[in-house]
Ligand binder design. Structure first.
Ligand SMILES: CC(C)(COP(=O)(O)OP(=O)(O)OC[C@H]1O[C@@H](n2cnc3c(N)ncnc32)[C@H](O)[C@@H]1OP(=O)(O)O)[C@@H](O)C(=O)NCCC(=O)NCCS
Length: 189
C-alpha cells in the first residue's frame, strides 16, 4: 500500500495501549541509521516492556501520536512522542519509517505534537538530536515556532521550540500541566 503521498493515506492518531506489537514491528522496519538517530544507540528492537511503556500514556503528562494506515487505522509508520517535564516544558522525539521519509509524514507528526502539547499548556518543547541530522533540524527550524539550537556535546545537540513565548512569565509555569484541557484520542486530528 502506498502511504503518505500528499498525506492522503496516512492518518495521524493518538497511540493506543493495544499498539505495542505494531510499534515493535514498526521499529524493526526502520533502518539502523534511523533507529540510531532516534535513540542515540544501536537499537535494532524495542523490548515488549519498552513498547508497552510508549503505548500506555495518559496523553497529558506523556503521550504520542502515530502515523497509521488511513483505512484500517492499524499499521504504524511513524511516531511523535512527548514527555512532560516540570514548568510547562516537554521533551519530544520523532521517528518515521525510512520508506516514508521525505514526503511530509514527519511534519504532520510534529504539527500534531505541537498542537496537542500547546493546547495542554506546554510552552517549551525540548529534545536532543545528533549533530548533522539535517532532516530533523530542517523540520524544527521550519515548524513555525521559535527554534534555538544548543551547544553540541559529544555529537549531540539540544534544541528548544517555544510554542507560546508570551506565556513564559505567566503564573502557571510552576505546574506540570497548567491548563485543564480535555484531551482524548477523539480530540486529535
Ligand atoms: C526526522 C524525521 C522524523 C523527519 O521525518 P520525514 O517524514 O522525513 O519529514 P518530512 O518529510 O515531513 O520533511 C520535513 C522537512 O525535512 C526535509 N527533509 C526530509 N528528508 C530530508 C533529507 N533526507 N535530507 C534533507 N532534508 C530532508 C524536507 O525537505 C522537509 O522540509 P520541507 O517541508 O520544507 O520540504 C525522519 O527523518 C526520521 O525519522 N529520522 C530518524 C529519527 C530522527 O532523526 N529523529 C529525530 C531525533 S528525535
Amino acid at each position: 500500500m502506498r502511504l503518505g503521498a500528499e498525506g492522503e493515506l496516512v492518518l495521524i492518531r493518538a497511540i493506543r495501549a493495544s499498539d505495542a506489537a505494531k510499534l515493535r514491528d514498526f521499529h524493526v522496519r526502520c533502518s539502523p541509521e534511523s533507529q540510531y538517530r532516534r535513540f542515540f544507540m544501536h537499537k535494532p528492537h524495542l523490548s515488549t516492556k519498552e513498547a508497552e511503556y510508549f503505548c500506555n500514556v495518559d496523553m497529558r503528562n506523556r503521550g504520542a501520536v502515530v502515523a497509521s494506515d488511513r483505512d484500517s487505522h492499524e499499521g504504524i509508520h511513524g511516531i511523535g512522542q512527548w514527555d512532560g517535564l516540570k514548568g510547562g516544558r516537554a521533551e519530544i522525539a520523532l521517528l518515521v519509517e525510512d520508506d516514508l521519509q521525505g514526503i511530509g509524514v514527519g511534519r504532520r507528526l510534529l504539527d500534531a505534537v505541537l498542537d496537542h502539547t500547546r493546547a495542554l499548556g506546554f510552552w517549551q518543547l525540548t529534545g536532543s538530536i545528533l549533530a548533522g541530522n539535517g532532516p530533523i533540524r530542517r523540520l524544527l527550524e521550519t515548524s513555525g515556532y521559535a527554534c534555538s539550537m544548543g551547544e553540541t556535546d559529544c555529537g549531540v545537540q539540544s534544541f528548544s521550540l517555544l510554542t507560546e513565548c508570551a506565556e513564559r512569565d505567566n503564573p502557571f509555569l510552576g505546574d506540570m500541566l497548567p491548563r485543564n484541557v480535555e484531551c482524548s484520542a477523539a480530540g486529535l486530528p
